[in-house]
Design a protein around this ligand. Structure first.
Ligand SMILES: [Mg+2]
Length: 235
């Protein structure tokens, strides 16, 4: 038992939230629409926008720029939009359904059993990521992460999560980090930072899309725990 724990202790697995761990972003999308309308006065349907794999602040900035608002105004109002979005999200979180994707719970249990360090890397600002995971009881697996509240660029969120692992969890980054995500942007960010990338085709992107983005490993979903573990950890 002790041997097994020691051999995996220094591995860090990072997980995206939407369409990697859970399916249920409608409350978040709704809250963003309400926030933009409150602060900037226009109605916005995120489904008309290429948002997949982008971070919350990146989405807000791009949407406002496309609408013709100037950079200075956008910067000055960015936090107000985020705060409004979080407030609305908290009010509606119980209304919109969220479900855990197949195999996720089992994989997290197995990784935890093997003493792999687990963290989040998500474009969601932290209160929204935590709100989604709380609803499906997944928060307890993730003590820390890199969130949309920590920065704009996804690669920087990965760096933040690794820095927190090193600072607070006795972790040393040396070819021992895997990142799981459902979009080419997750994979590209992982490659930029130099971590191993795992594409999961449980969102809008196919295995082919994720391979093309350069994923080191690709799965249809995380349903087969033993296959995922064996592929990534060898046994
Ligand atoms: Mg995602």
């Amino acid at each position: 038992m002790a041997l097994r724990s020691t051999s995996y202790r220094r591995m860090l697995f990072l997980f995206d939230v939407d369409y990697t761990l859970v399916d249920g972003a409608d409350g978040h999308k709704y809250a963003l629409g309400v926030a933009l309308e409150k602060v900037f006065g226009f109605k916005f349907d995120i489904n008309t926008f290429d948002y997949l794999g982008k971070t919350d602040k990146q989405i807000i900035k791009e949407v406002l720029k496309n609408k013709g608002f100037n950079d200075q105004l956008i910067e000055s109002k960015l936090q107000e939009v985020v705060d409004n979005m979080v407030d609305t999200f908290k009010k509606v979180v119980d209304v919109f359904p969220i479900k855990v994707l197949p195999g996720v719970q089992e994989l997290l249990d197995e990784l935890k059993r093997r003493d792999v360090l687990l963290a989040l890397v998500t474009g969601n600002v932290e209160p929204i990521a935590r709100g989604k995971l709380d609803k499906v009881k997944l928060n307890e697996y993730f003590q820390f992460g890199g969130f949309g509240s920590d920065g704009i660029r996804r690669a920087d969120l990965i760096r933040t999560a690794i820095a927190r692992a090193e600072r607070n969890h006795g972790f040393l980054f040396e070819n021992n980090v895997y990142i799981f995500g459902d979009t080419p942007r997750d994979i590209e960010a992982g490659k930029e930072v130099g971590v191993k990338t795992v594409g999961v085709a449980t969102g809008s992107h196919s295995m082919e899309d994720l391979k093309k983005a350069g994923a080191d490993f690709v799965f249809t979903n995380l349903r087969n725990t033993q296959e995922v573990i064996k592929t990534l950890l060898g046994s």
